[in-house]
Design a protein around this ligand. Sequence first.
Ligand SMILES: C[S@@+](CC[C@H](N)C(=O)[O-])C[C@H]1O[C@@H](n2cnc3c(N)ncnc32)[C@H](O)[C@@H]1O
Length: 248
Amino acid sequence: MSGWVAIAGLGPGDEALVTPEVRAALDAATDVVGYIPYVARVAPRDGLTLHASDNRVELDRAAHALEMAAAGKRVVVVSSGDPGVFAMASAVFEALEAGPEIWRALDIRVLPGITAMLAAAAKAGAPLGHDFCAINLSDNLKPWALIEKRLRLAAEADFAMAFYNPRSKSRPEGFARALEVLRDACADARPVLFARAVSTPQEDLCIVPLTEARPEMADMRTMVIIGSSLTRVIDTPRGPVLYTPRSA
Ligand SMILES: C[S@@+](CC[C@H](N)C(=O)[O-])C[C@H]1O[C@@H](n2cnc3c(N)ncnc32)[C@H](O)[C@@H]1O
């Protein structure tokens, strides 16, 4: 089969953070599929068809990409950040597993991107310099009780934690509850980073002690990183630097 699928990460927003490998795949593509705002980041050109779809149709979108590749198209499935982090790569493999046998012979590649967690951490300093974990705070695809359990256990293990999808209009309560759980489990004033729209013109970073963190500091464009018990802030004339030492 001459078609292929590249599942590509567009990075956190800034064009300079799109990898050369992803650019090359987009240049070679006949079709791009993805969630509307991510497809909007791809420049239209002759010979390229853009297929933008709603956020709730991930598996349909993945199957559509595989179908087009099986028909000989060169398809790029776009995600923001990295496609393997709470994004389309898993959806494509889920569709592959459930789909016709012939799809398994397709050339399918995952092209990494700079995930929001790493872009946010780099802007603030090095809060993920020691052991850490990443948790998606949306309970759309898993029960809230499991999120709380993971928060408590990660706090007990003294991980720094990076939170994706912290708060949305349809889920305004969850993040408030997550902060309560963290205050209870951590019982200190360790720093919390709110990094909004990193690497875009709307970028905004703010570091507060856990005791002062409020739910409305986060929205769906925010990455939240809470330190371990060792994470600290250095005051510099250029602003605060957040870091976690290499040794525990
Ligand atoms: C569905 S997840 C997708 C993550 C993406 N695949 C990645 O690797 O960054 C969407 C969440 O990523 C975070 N996010 C994505 N881009 C961001 C940015 N530029 N600045 C801050 N957070 C961002 C937000 O927490 C948002 O709710």
